[in-house]
Design a protein around this ligand. Structure first.
Ligand code: KG4
Ligand code: ZN
Length: 344
């Protein structure tokens, strides 16, 4: 089964071709391309929705043409088109979904709308096979922080979530307070290397509450006060900024790791997956592997390239849904807001 995946929900235009065997569930990525808009949005300090839509519009068509030629395939070889239908920026989603519908109509190929988060959730399967169900996924991106119990393909129960800022948002906003460019997560992580995480005392929000929810806005505020307390950003030397970055990264990671392990223990699920852009964070991956290992929990880590937004995960989610016999929706639209629990 050959599937073309298209992703355009935020600031990455991505296309990929996945080929899988529906009988044994094995497959591989035939070709993939990602065009990042980061440089365009960086000068504004964040994603500008209208600019994002225009960039997707210019990039998408030529990228699909180049992908097909790289894979030495024609439209007639593509059996399914999978496209991110939400959640995300409305204009950006419309570019991908309209293209997918038009290509599907012209070439007589069925189009499957995919929930962006379902793509992230199932992305570890791109490395080989999916963990045995049920498993817990910590889904940490720029807009979401969720703990999800994955019972089967299409059966997702959100058992914990952030009450305010997402973990990625906390990385990005804290990075901004440290004068780092957008997107701050990877920049902050790079600055944090060799920093002393204990120099600045930062809170671990909701860590001691006996539930699986998160709250990161207080941490961001604490960073703001720590910078002010030091006399402002201009008074912070390289070592201070490095130590504060390490403290922020450590605080975010500790909360994420401990709550994820709690989720596994509470639901009796000895398998833990991390997904979403923040899952590319090296410190988070190390901490999670170490602490989960002590509790006998197996950790599944997608390749960092497939933690951040990509189209291979969208094609792969469609592959899993089709092989599980899940039906195609007849009528669907791009959905900027779309709950993961209601995707069936
Ligand atoms: O999943 P994603 O690529 O896009 C969304 O769907 O939001 O996640 C982007 C988020 C951004 O907040 C970015 O700063 C964060 O993931 N991120 C990281 C790292 N790489 C990406 N945060 C911390 N450390 C990283 N290495
Ligand atoms: Zn994402």
């Amino acid at each position: 089964m050959i599937i073309l995946g298209i992703e355009s929900s935020c600031d990455e235009t991505a296309v990929a071709i996945y080929e899988g065997d529906p009988v044994n569930g094995q497959g591989h990525i035939v070709a993939e391309q990602i065009a990042s808009q980061i440089e365009t949005h960086a000068k504004f300090g964040g994603v500008v929705p209208e600019v994002a839509s225009r960039e997707h519009l210019t990039a998408l068509g030529p990228m699909v043409d180049a992908l097909l030629s790289e894979a030495s395939l024609n439209w007639s070889d593509i059996e399914h088109i999978a496209v991110t239908a939400g959640p995300g920026l409305m204009g950006a989603l419309l570019v991908g979904t309209s293209y997918a519908r038009a290509a599907g109509m012209v070439n007589d190929i069925p189009v499957m709308p995919i929930h962006h988060m379902e793509g992230h959730l199932l992305a570890p399967g791109l490395e080989g096979v999916l963990p045995v169900f049920p498993f817990i996924t910590l889904l940490v991106s720029g807009g979401h922080t969720l703990l999800v119990q994955v019972k089967a393909v299409g059966q997702y129960e959100v058992i914990g979530q952030t009450l305010d800022d997402a973990a990625g948002e906390c990385f990005d906003k804290s990075a901004r307070l440290l004068g780092l460019p957008y997107p701050g997560g990877p920049e902050l992580a790079a600055l944090a290397v060799d920093g002393n995480a204990r120099r600045y005392k930062l809170p671990r929000p909701m860590l001691n509450r006996d539930n699986l929810n998160f709250s990161f806005s207080g941490l961001k505020t604490a960073v703001m006060y720590a910078v002010k307390g030091a006399g402002g950003l201009e008074c912070l030397g390289k070592a201070e900024r490095r130590d504060m970055a390490a403290g922020i990264e450590s605080a975010i990671c500790e909360v994420l790791v401990k709550k994820s392990i709690r989720a596994c223990l509470q639901t009796d699920s000895p398998r833990l997956v991390i997904a979403g852009g923040v899952a590319a964070n090296k410190r988070l991956r190390e901490m999670l592997t170490e602490l989960a290992g002590k509790k006998g929990i197996a950790v599944y880590l997608p390749h960092p390239r497939h933690c951040t937004d990509n189209a291979a995960m969208i094609a792969y989610a469609a592959f899993q849904k089709i092989r599980s016999g899940m039906p195609y929706f007849e009528n669907w639209d791009a959905r900027p807001r779309w709950s993961l629990s209601g995707i069936k």
